[in-house]
Design a protein around this ligand. Sequence first.
Ligand code: WT7
Length: 656
Amino acid sequence: MSQPTIESILQEKRLFHPPAEFSQNAHITSRDQYQQLYDKAQADPEAFWAELAAQELHWFDQWDKVLDWQPPFAKWFVGGKTNISYNCLDRHLTTWRKNKAALIWEGEPGDSRTLTYAQLHREVCQFANALKQLGVEKGDKVGIYMPMIPEAAIAMLACARIGAPHTVVFGGFSAEALKDRLVDAEAKVVVTADGGWRKEAIVPLKEQVDKAIANNAAPSVQNVLVVKRTGQEIEMQAGRDHWWHEMQADVSANCPAEPMDSEDMLFILYTSGTTGKPKGVVHTTGGYNLYTHMTLKWAFDLKDTDVYWCTADVGWITGHSYIVYGPLSNGATTVMYEGAPRASNPGCFWDVIEKYGVTIFYTAPTAIRAFMKMGDEHPNARDLSSLRLLGTVGEPINPRAWIWYQQIIGGDRCPIIDTWWQTETGGFMITPLPGAIPTKPGSATLPFPGIQADIVDAEGNPVEGNNGGYLVVRHPWPGMMRTVYGDPDRFRRTYWEHIPPKDGQYIYFAGDGAHRDEDGYFWVMGRVDDVINVSGHRLGTMEIESALVSHPAVAEAAVVGKPDELKGEEVVAFVTLEGNQQATEELNKTLKQHVVNEIGAIARPGEIRFTDALPKTRSGKIMRRLLRNLASGQEVAGDTSTLEDRSVLEKLRGGS
Ligand code: WT7
């Protein structure tokens, strides 16, 4: 492919229509059909979702009320009884899907495993019984800190089966970050592995769990269940720690799914915000099940013949909704991959697609850009002809990466769906339905039926024309988060009062800026708050600042994002030191490592700049806008009149 000029990158105005054959065979075949669904949902959201809930899911008991909306707290399918593990497993066993591949796992050093629906069901039941044997009851929380192996999905489904909410903690988080989450969620049991494979090295997961819960630091934790994965020596504390395979050998495979209330908590998943510690985003059972089921079915046009692969980690919402729950609820074949793209294996994704005949592929712009850089020869040397649909998520995709994805991976024949959503939304919010909506590179296009997305100003007034504003949602939807675990007030403040409610009308503030073009297409521009997005991972600037100031050498820290060609953004930290400290190269390295220890490698600052002082307003607020300009090497733009000490700016400019 010839390199497009900057001009063509910025002005990629082409409209990409779905191939006629794709549209004809799609669940949603035309723009008209989309519009009808959208209008129907808009006119009567409750009837719209209720019809789908009855049609698509199994319920032990019908609900009495579709939606109970006490702003900003929503309940969906009130009084209904269901179980997402039943919907993901049991109900497929009475059909031909019983022997269909549910989960295909491609492990890191060449291991692989396929579990049919019947096999997956059996393992989930056994593991659920193992949890019960350890005293886990309905309502008890279970921490899951795992590599990308089938047991991660099995553990999640087992928790769901017995009504024990899980909290999955990404295996890349540090012991410290794990501890915070286990404490906040009051986890009773932690499920982990001896280790996980990460780029040819072993991540010592069990050791991190030991560190996290040492000295009773997470007092709720009573037991640790350990999968043997990497096989190295680890310490097992008698009475507390148990091997998964040993427990499994002892338990029965009979464990009926517990009828759960539709609003019973399914899981807590921690995500970064602008202030304080990560928030525990709470999702519940029925609405989340329906929403992930429907969004995957329509947006990825999922069929029984598909081999579907989402490259995320189960530690993130994408893994929860679109590796585990959404695909299995639909009876699909879902691929799980333990590896990660790296220079020494530049064709790894394309190998997996070729090996399993993947038809639907879902990844992040940062991965697309990394592969793009490695060269077209790698995908070109593989047979990618099984692919029929591509997806992207995590950050705005730059048109150049979109075009490469479309041509080199999709062979000019696969629609691309750019899915905008969040941990909080549970599932896709703005996304093309691929048979119905022509796409534009860089736009997530139109809201999913039932989603009343809009763009408003700070007071909540609609923004007309192609002007930017805040991306909001006006009506509750089944997959929305229900609260922040243990802090309903924070939920209200962060998401529903940021834009002041008018006449009792609460609107959901997503934290993103966006604009809408003449065709009504949404263009998400990125966060408007102090959240940065590194390789599609969400990091709170304040979290990293807290990590830095917890080091004795640091007096003050301010963290901003700097645009990065591959990662989207990179972490840049401005640091002032305690009086007796020297700004050495050594200390710079130490502090970077300190952040890794406190949070995890994903938060490692790309750059730390030592400075004598930080630019502040007279009221003492750090002027991040100035720091962002400085970090990216731009001229400091805009008003600096509120800066308390102008010489600070001169020094920062001169001496970094
Ligand atoms: C934030 C949510 C949802 C799964 C992955 C991240 C950004 C996500 C897109 C997209 C532009 C996107 C937003 C959002 N984002 N998808 N398609 N286009 N931006 O989940 O960690 O909860 O982060 O990711 O800024 O607010 P998350």
